[in-house]
Write a protein that binds this ligand. Structure first.
Ligand SMILES: *Cc1c(COP(=O)(O)O)cnc(C)c1O
Length: 384
């Protein structure tokens, strides 16, 4: 098992990356079977991966795509979100959530976070609703489930489409059940990976059919049935994209899915240990969530006390072999995005963004690593 590190310099002997892809023999064997099968692009492995993923998430339908970013765009487009529409989008999220709204031709409206919590504030969302508002996208930050019931009521009351950016929470119960669609990411640093890839789940059969069409240039017959001689040509009645997943990735995904429950349980155990020893050793370090919050434990994030130089803490941690990160730079403050959405002042999101620090969490870690990380943080904080 080769750990994957996301770019940092190591001085010490210890190396704990922020996240690590777990690839074992099952993945290798399945990939080899695909390579020897004679069919590499979307086919039976993708279909099986979709069925298995849907079933394990308690959903009737799943559509595999080549990234979560593509999946978010595909879902928005298939739901009819387009030019002139506005979409309520969390301030604290990866830029992909907002970019997908731009691809659809709509405008994302950044919604402030809750105090000391990255989840979107429903009261602030309410103030942004206008005649153009079409949809709201939830993002289950770090794998911690948002209050889906409250947001489903909100969407229903304002006649909005409800989407979930579920990039952080494959395997988390309750996601996808009350929204129009939920989109998962299988990027290399997520809870399960296909290297690149994503999955959309939905309860809506006609939306499923529409997304399946649009992910393959809206061709009326798929390549596989033409290859099998079932069809000789095709028509195109609307504009689609190439957002297909391939068999190699689906094979990796099937192997990853088998281990998802186990690996999420290891993440949960490590997170519980983080909470426990943080409380014992660094009681002035707050966390945005607690151990009883339903979560797939994608990230473990702490909030540093005000006035602390985060950059130097991150550098000192890196010198001790510990990779840390910030989730996320505010997308609506990026040069290009600010030009589109204008200057936005979101006090809770800005305060969260200034204080947040993400510590390593992945199933390749052991409790000793958690102790080492917290002890190192304690020493560094005592020196600054
Ligand atoms: C990773 C991520 C995405 C994008 O996923 P890709 O599969 O890389 O396109 C979208 N939203 C969030 C919150 C993410 O963390």
């Amino acid at each position: 098992m080769n750990p994957v590190f996301w770019g940092f310099d190591i001085v010490s002997q210890k190396k704990i990356g922020l996240s690590e892809a777990c690839i074992g023999d099952a993945e290798k064997q399945k990939v080899l079977a695909v390579l020897e099968s004679g069919w590499l692009t979307q086919g039976n492995y993708v279909a099986t991966f979709e069925k298995t993923f849907a079933k394990s998430h308690g959903m009737p339908h799943a559509v595999a795509v080549n990234s979560a970013t593509a999946g978010l765009h595909l879902a928005l487009a298939a739901l009819g979100v387009g030019p002139g529409d506005e979409v309520l989008t969390p301030s604290i999220t990866f830029v992909a959530t907002a970019n997908a709204v731009f691809y659809a031709g709509a405008l994302p409206r950044p919604v402030d976070a809750q105090p000391n919590c990255p989840h979107m504030d429903i009261n602030h969302a309410e103030t942004l609703i206008g005649p153009r508002t079409r949809a709201v996208i939830l993002m289950h930050y770090g794998g911690y489930r948002m209050d889906i019931g409250a947001w489903a009521n909100f969407a229903h009351a304002h006649k909005l489409l409800l989407l979930e950016d579920a990039a952080h929470c494959p395997g988390l119960a309750g996601v996808g059940q009350k929204s129009d669609a939920a989109v998962y990411s299988f990027f290399g640093n997520k809870n399960m990976t296909t290297a690149e890839g994503g999955m959309i789940t939905t309860r809506d059969q006609s939306l499923t059919e529409r997304m399946c069409r649009l992910r393959g240039h809206a061709m009326s017959t798929p390549t596989l049935s033409r290859a099998k001689g079932h069809a000789f040509s095709y028509d195109i009645k609307e504009l689609g994209w190439n957002y297909r997943m391939d068999e190699v990735r689906a094979a990796i995904g099937l192997a990853q899915l088998e281990e998802l429950t186990n690996r999420n349980a290891i993440r949960a155990e490590l997170a519980r240990y983080y909470y426990l020893i943080l409380r014992q050793t660094l009681p002035n370090i707050h966390t945005p969530f607690t151990e009883d919050h339903p979560s797939a434990h994608h990230l473990f994030t702490v909030l540093l006390p005000e006035g602390i130089k985060r950059q130097s803490i991150m550098q000192a941690m890196s010198a001790e072999g510990i990779q840390t990160s910030i989730h996320y730079p505010l997308w609506h403050h990026f040069t290009w995005h600010q030009k589109q959405v204008g200057i936005t002042d979101l006090p809770h999101a800005q305060a969260y963004n200034a204080a947040t620090l993400t510590l390593p969490l992945h199933p390749g870690m052991v409790k000793d690593d958690v102790e080492y990380i917290v002890e190192t943080l304690q020493h560094i904080l005592a020196e600054v």
